[in-house]
Design a protein around this ligand. Structure first.
Ligand code: PLP
Length: 472
């Protein structure tokens, strides 16, 4: 047999490109007519699960037909303008094309020698991001699989910074247990990371929040003192800029003061909220993040990169390298001679790394930073508008100050089932997809405006339907 069976002929490539163009166009044009929530027909999905793979390939046309007929109906229409669940938005327009090009080039972004352009592009994004947060001359970072991964890597670096023999001895042979502090509104990725890294959940303090869902610094101070008195070793505080349920921002300045005084690593989980720094109206609230040792943020949220693209920023790149560089074949020795190049494999847990940076870079260049300023500002103002509608509505209670774009509402006197039914009705009638939440022990419905396609008319329609449904 001659040649690889794994390439397309020139005619097939042309056909695939045409089918892709047709698919993306018709998907785009049909967005508002599509059901937002996926069809969950178990029988069809079970068939898809059980179907054996063919020995002989079915070809390009069959693949595209499968996508249209057998996959798309069972997907969530994330790009619908009234998809307002979780913290997720539609991809920006250039994202899919950048993803395709990244797949063609298939750069491995581990050693700079084998992916120099990709390396510099990732570095340029990190320079821009660390500049936004004014993290200083030694700062840097890298793209990750998402916010959860970035926070886990940050806590890894915090442990390595505290315990210089961590690599050799792990946490097992050391004396005092390390203690990590976060709030009761923190994302579960924080405790998950602490558990996975061997800190142990018994050594994670979830500090209560105040009536604005912000971590209480007085209680944090108290908990640290108590742990020290008990012979434990506080080492890290994970504050949040944009808590997942209510969008609150912890008092980063006072927490940073305390961390400085107590010699603790300050990580800020800004997976949801940090990039609102692009919006003029939120910038001042987020500038104190400049005090953090590390920051999680998510380009796959507010830069609307197609999944996945998270990011970890650190004030001191040397601390990431101290935690993650294992390689004897590393080109670090060369890289220190050349300020523009570094080996990402020595700054994170992955060896093989995809060219995620291309889709972020493509968006920043295609649309310009100004477009992201506009979109983040618009999301904030749409969320405020929804909050005002709810605050004024009979039969609905607004459960949180709308600090960023999360809006939680409760129907007083109605139980959790009634709130779940409200969500189902909104899905079924095609109005919107929102998510469930619990606020102050009350079942709620939560809308999160992280969707660059949402308009004022969408928000007004949603509010009208919420008010009508709550009356029933
Ligand atoms: C505050 C916060 N932290 C962390 C995460 C997890 O991010 P990812 O889904 O990118 O892992 C989220 C996700 O919504 C979040 O809102």
């Amino acid at each position: 047999m001659d040649g690889t069976p794994l390439i397309l002929t020139s005619a097939e490539r042309t056909r695939a490109a045409r089918l892709l163009a047709r698919f993306t166009d018709s998907y785009e044009n049909s967005l508002t007519r599509r059901p937002i929530a996926p069809d969950e027909d178990r029988e069809t999905l079970a068939k898809l699960l059980a179907e054996p793979f063919p020995e002989e390939g079915l070809g390009v046309d069959a693949f595209f037909a499968d996508v249209v007929d057998r996959i798309v109906p069972y997907t969530t229409t994330i790009a619908h303008p009234r998809f307002l669940a979780y913290v997720q938005g539609p991809p920006n327009g250039i994202g899919p094309y950048a993803e395709a090009i990244a797949a063609v080039l298939n750069q491995n972004c581990n050693l700079w020698q084998i992916s120099p352009a990709a390396n510099v592009i990732e570095r340029s994004i990190m320079d821009w991001l660390t500049g936004l947060f004014r993290l200083g001359p030694h700062s840097g970072g890298l793209l990750t699989s998402g916010g959860s991964g970035a926070t886990k890597d940050a806590i890894t670096a915090a442990i390595a910074d505290r315990r210089t023999d961590f690599r050799e001895r792990g946490l097992q042979e050391n004396h005092a247990p390390l203690v990590l502090y976060t709030s009761d509104e923190a994302h579960r990725s924080v405790v998950k990371a602490a558990a996975l890294l061997g800190i142990g959940l018994h050594n994670v303090r979830t500090i209560p929040t105040d009536d604005r869902f912000q971590l209480r610094v007085d209680l944090l101070m108290h908990a640290i003192a108590e742990d020290r008195a008990a012979g434990k070793e506080p080492f890290c505080v994970v504050a949040t800029a944009g808590t997942v349920t209510t969008g609150s921002i912890d008092p980063i300045g006072p927490i940073a003061d305390l961390c400085a005084k107590e010699d603790l690593w300050l990580h800020v989980d800004g997976a949801y909220g940090a990039l609102f720094i692009l919006a003029d109206s939120a910038r001042d609230a987020l500038l104190p993040l400049s005090r953090a040792d590390s920051i999680t943020l998510d380009p796959h949220k507010l830069l609307y990169a197609p999944l996945e693209a998270g990011a970890l920023l650190v004030k001191d790149m040397a601390k990431l390298r101290a935690a993650f560089a294992f390689s004897s074949t590393s080109s670090y020795l060369t890289a220190i001679d050349d300020a523009h190049l570094l080996d990402y494999m020595d700054h994170g847990p992955q060896l093989s790394r995809s060219f995620k940076a291309l889709k972020v870079w493509a968006a920043l260049r295609t649309f310009g930073v100004g477009a992201f300023r506009t979109v983040t500002e618009r999301c904030l103002s749409l969320a405020a508008r929804l909050g005002e509608h709810i605050a004024d509505a009979p039969g609905l209670e607004l459960m949180n100050p709308v600090t960023l774009t999360a809006v939680c509402l409760h129907m007083p006197g109605r139980n959790a089932e009634a709130h779940a039914e409200l969500l189902t009705r909104l899905h079924e009638e095609g109005t919107a997809m929102l998510g469930p939440a619990r606020v102050h022990e009350q079942a709620c419905v939560r809308a999160c405006v992280t969707n660059h396609r949402t308009t004022e008319a969408d928000i007004d329609l949603l509010a009208e339907r919420l008010i009508a449904l709550a009356k029933r």
